[in-house]
Design a protein around this ligand. Structure first.
Ligand code: PAF
Length: 282
């Protein structure tokens, strides 16, 4: 398995692949890989000749210094995990300096309001940081397809918007959320939870599922109120937001319309770790 730390080395590899008419898939990650990432990698391997997995904890998408510092990093374990999946994977693991030089700044994007709600409301500058790194990775790897998990559904829609606005010739593929046996959405952050909290965090998915069962018979406002009351009864979780929103525009709904797709979105703090999840409602 090949590992590149420098952009130009990766670009030379890609040029050789292109000469051989081989297709390239990109799976951007911040490392601390889990089964959710592996499901993206496996899908990418099925659909492309070569797969580049980038591992880079992107500083510009963190609004809190503490969160950036505590973000789990274990490149050696990640590489071993990927080797066991396929030797046909290329890892791109640049340093912050290689990506940003001495200018650790984001570009400013106009995401047509997609970045103003939910994660965007609570994490200032987050999506400009995501847009900046994903655009750079796409332009560097020049893949046929790039794969992103639906756990970060808002991020997925914003990346689609960025690709549209910038007229980039890449196909963005969204992949379903992988869950731990108790239903907790897989996330690199889960490893920062205590075993008890990790077990109890099944409550987040349970709540989403009950919200889904109420959708159609109760109004969005009633469901939001019900979720807020449920969380008040479980003080080990601190609910940041629960929203029911249109999948395309991400705007919270006032009225259910025919032929529109809706999702419930949630962000919760547990053991000071921020967890997000979402579930398609119809
Ligand atoms: O979803 C993530 O892990 C990150 O936001 C991404 C897409 C790799 C960009 O840093």
């Amino acid at each position: 398995m090949k590992i590149f730390y420098q952009k130009n080395k990766l670009e030379s590899f890609n040029t050789e692949e292109r000469k051989k008419n081989r297709t390239i898939g990109l799976v951007p990650t911040m490392g601390a890989l889990h089964e959710g990432h592996i499901s993206l990698v496996k899908k990418a391997l099925l659909e492309n000749d070569s797969v580049v997995v980038s591992i880079f904890v992107n500083p510009t998408q963190f609004d809190k210094k503490d969160d950036l510092e505590k973000y789990p990093r274990h490149l050696d374990e990640d590489v071993t995990l990927l080797k066991n999946v396929s030797e046909n994977i290329v890892v791109f693991a640049p340093t912050v300096d290689e990506i940003y030089g001495n200018n650790i700044k984001s570009e400013t994007y106009q995401f047509e309001g997609l970045d103003k709600v939910m994660e965007g409301e609570f994490r200032a500058g987050h999506f400009d940081g995501v847009g900046t790194i994903v655009e750079l990775l796409l332009r560097t790897v020049d893949p046929d397809k790039a794969y992103f998990g639906e756990k970060d559904f808002q991020q997925l829609q914003i990346i689609r918007k960025m690709v549209e606005i910038k007229k980039l010739p890449y196909t963005i593929i969204g992949c379903p959320i992988e869950r731990e046996p108790n239903g907790l959405a897989m996330s690199s952050r889960n490893e920062r939870l205590s075993p008890t909290t990790r077990d109890k965090a099944s409550f987040i998915y349970q709540t989403l599922k009950t919200a889904k069962s109420k959708f159609g018979t109760e109004s969005a406002k009633e469901i939001v109120q019900w979720v807020e009351t449920e969380f008040e009864k479980h003080p080990i979780f601190d609910l940041e937001y629960f929203e029911i929103a249109d999948e395309d525009t991400l705007t919270p709904i006032l009225r259910i319309r025919d032929n529109q797709k809706y999702r419930a979105f949630i962000a919760v703090y547990a053991d000071s770790v921020r967890l997000i999840d979402n579930l398609r409602l119809n």
